[in-house]
Design a protein around this ligand. Structure first.
Ligand SMILES: Nc1nc2c(ncn2[C@@H]2O[C@H](COP(=O)(O)OP(=O)(O)OP(=O)(O)O)[C@@H](O)[C@H]2O)c(=O)[nH]1
Ligand SMILES: [Mg+2]
Length: 409
C-alpha cells in the first residue's frame, strides 16, 4: 500500500492531521514532543467515482464511495517531531528517520501561523519563523542521508569493483527505498556523475543528498494552522520559497473537528468538500457551536476547504503520479465474482500496464495472465498497453478463458 509519512517540527500539528485523516485517537497536546513513537493508520485519497459515468450503483469493498467520490486507502505514518542535530542520534532522531525510510512520499507540516519558537514551544502567533523551521527539517534529513553515505563510503567504493555506483549506493540506502535509477537521476542533477565517488568532499556528499531527497521522497509542504490570522503572511512566503505547487494551505484542527462531528452524527460533511450541514443543532453544546462557527468563518469562507483531503490527493495523484484503476471480473456489468459492482480501486503509478495491475491484485492473476479488456469500450488491450486514470479493466486469465470455452461449447 502507498505510504505517506508526516514529518515536521514538533507542535506543528502532525498528529492532528494524522487523527483527522485516519479518525484515530493519537495523543495531541501543545507540549513539544508529545508523539514519541510513530502512529500508523489508514487514510484515503479521493476522486470522482466512475459509477456515475457508467450509469450504475456501486458496492465498494476495498474502498468507499461517498456522494459520488471514491476514497482509496493509503497508509499514513505520523512520525515523531525532529530535534535539531537529530542526525547525530540525539533525542528521537533515529526513530524519526527509520520511520521516514518506509514512506513513498512525505507531508511536511509547518506551523504557518508562526506560533512555535525555535525550541518548539507554543508562543505568540507571528513570532516564529516557519520558513526557517522547514529548512531546519530538510537540512536534518540531508545530513542524515549524507551521514549514511559517509559511514558506508568504504564499502560503496569497494562494491563498485563489481557493481555500478548506482547499484552500490542504492544497496547501502535500501532502508530508504532507494533504487539505482534514483541515484542515477541525482548524480546527473547534482553534476556529481563527473567526479569520481572516491574523491567526493563532505560538501559534495551533502549536495548529492539534497538532490536525492526530493527524488526519493517527493514532499508537499502543508502550511498548517491557516485558521490563525498570522498564517496568511507566512503562507505567501512559503509559496514564494517552495513554489505554489508544493505548498498546501490547511487547517488540520478544523478537519479533525468536522470529521469527528460527522462521525458523531452532529453534522453532514464529506471530507474535502466545501460545506458542512448541521444535522442535530439541538444536540450541539455552546463550545461545539462556537468551533463550527469559527471553522465556517476562518477557514471555509476564506479557503473553501480545510485542505487536508486536497493535500493527500496532491501527494498521491500529482507528486507520486498515481492513477486509480478499477479491476472487475465481469466487464459487461463491472462486477466481481460475488456480483459487487465496481468493488475495488487500485492505485498504480502512471505508466503501469494491465500486467502491473494483475500483479497488484493477486500474484495468481499475474501468473495466469492472458489478456486484458477495457470494460468501458470492450477493447482488448495488449500487454504493454499503458493504463489511464479511472480505467475499468478485466484481466482474462488461463482459468477464466478455459471456463468461457466450456460454456461456449
Ligand atoms: N489553531 C490551530 N491549532 C492547531 C492546528 N493543528 C494543530 N493545532 C494545535 O497545535 C498543537 C500541537 O498539535 P499536535 O498535533 O500535537 O502537533 P505535533 O506536530 O504532532 O507535535 P509533537 O507530536 O509534539 O511533535 C495542539 O495544541 C493542536 O491543537 C490547526 O490547524 N489550527
Ligand atoms: Mg504528535
Amino acid at each position: 500500500m502507498l505510504t505517506i509519512g508526516i514529518i515536521g517540527k514538533t507542535n506543528t500539528g502532525k498528529t492532528t492531521l494524522f487523527n483527522a485523516a485516519t479518525l484515530l485517537d493519537a495523543k495531541i497536546s501543545n507540549f513539544p514532543f508529545t508523539t514519541k513513537k510513530p502512529n500508523i493508520g489508514t487514510a484515503y485519497v479521493s476522486d470522482i467515482c466512475v459509477h456515475k459515468e457508467l450509469g450504475v450503483e456501486d458496492n465498494p469493498q476495498n474502498s468507499v464511495c461517498i456522494d459520488g467520490w471514491r476514497y482509496a486507502p493509503i497508509r499514513l505514518i505520523d512520525i515523531p517531531g525532529l530535534l535539531k542535530d537529530a542526525w547525530t542520534g540525539r533525542g528521537l532522531g533515529n526513530r524519526f528517520l527509520a520511520a521516514m525510510g518506509q514512506a513513498d512520499a512525505l507531508i511536511h507540516v509547518v506551523d504557518a501561523s508562526g506560533s512555535i519558537d525555535a525550541e518548539g514551544q507554543i508562543t505568540q502567533p507571528g513570532s516564529g519563523n516557519p520558513v526557517q523551521d522547514a529548512m531546519d527539517i530538510e537540512s536534518e534529513l540531508n545530513k542524515w542521508i549524507a551521514d549514511i553515505i559517509e559511514r558506508n563510503n568504504e564499502s560503496i567504493a569497494h562494491q563498485t569493483a563489481s557493481l555500478s555506483l548506482e547499484e552500490a549506493m542504492a544497496q547501502n540506502l535500501s532502508a530508504l527505498k532507494v533504487k539505482p535509477y534514483h541515484i542515477k537521476k541525482a548524480l546527473i542533477q547534482s553534476d556529481l556523475n563527473k567526479i569520481s565517488f572516491r574523491s567526493w568532499t563532505l560538501n559534495q556528499t551533502l549536495k548529492f543528498s539534497a538532490t536525492l531527497l526530493p527524488i526519493i521522497k517527493p514532499t508537499l509542504i502543508v502550511a498548517n494552522k491557516m485558521d490563525i490570522l498570522t498564517s496568511e503572511k507566512y503562507f505567501e512566503i512559503l509559496t514564494n520559497f517552495y513554489g505554489q505547487k508544493l505548498v498546501a494551505a490547511c487547517s488540520a484542527k478544523s478537519e479533525l473537528i468536522l470529521r469527528r462531528a460527522q462521525k458523531a452524527g452532529l453534522v453532514q460533511y464529506t471530507p474535502g468538500q466545501e460545506i458542512f450541514k448541521i444535522t442535530k443543532k439541538a444536540e450541539l453544546n455552546p463550545n461545539q457551536q462556537a468551533a463550527l462557527d469559527y471553522i465556517q468563518k476562518r477557514v471555509l469562507n476564506r479557503y473553501f476547504n480545510t485542505g487536508i483531503q486536497q493535500a493527500l490527493n496532491i501527494v498521491v495523484f500529482k507528486l507520486l503520479k498515481t492513477n486509480m484503476i478499477y479491476p472487475v471480473s465481469d466487464e459487461h456489468n463491472y462486477m466481481d465474482h460475488k456480483k459487487n459492482i465496481l468493488p475495488d480501486v487500485h492505485l498504480l503509478p502512471k505508466g503501469s500496464t494491465p500486467v502491473d495491475l494483475a500483479k497488484q491484485v493477486h500474484t495468481r492473476l499475474a501468473q495466469n495472465y492472458i489478456l486484458a479488456i477495457d470494460a468501458k469500450t470492450g477493447i482488448r488491450l495488449p500487454k504493454e498497453h499503458i493504463l489511464n486514470h479511472k480505467d475499468v479493466i478485466k484481466i482474462v486469465t488461463r482459468k477464466t478463458a478455459k471456463k468461457k470455452t466450456k460454456k461456449q461449447k
